[in-house]
Design a protein. Structure first.
Length: 73
């Protein structure tokens, strides 16, 4: 797509796909195309923290090798 000079893939820019933030949180009912990342929203701090805890617990239970990213990112 980049070679063809396209700037978007669906409704998101190709740059948005290439440079992802550390965490993404979307309201899929209101934003089914995942355009508006709520991870940095003050209104969503609690839910993001809860989901991070669940993710890390899952990674520990499953011996996920990517768990080390929590220490350096």
């Amino acid at each position: 797509m980049r070679e063809r000079g396209e700037t978007h893939y669906g409704q998101r820019s190709i740059d948005a796909y290439m440079h992802r933030p550390p965490f993404e949180l979307y309201d899929l009912e209101e934003d089914p195309h995942e355009i508006h990342n709520l991870a940095d929203s003050p209104d969503h701090v609690a839910i993001l923290a809860e989901l991070k805890e669940k993710l890390r617990a899952f990674q520990e239970r499953t011996n996920d090798p990517w768990i080390l990213k929590w220490e350096y990112e």
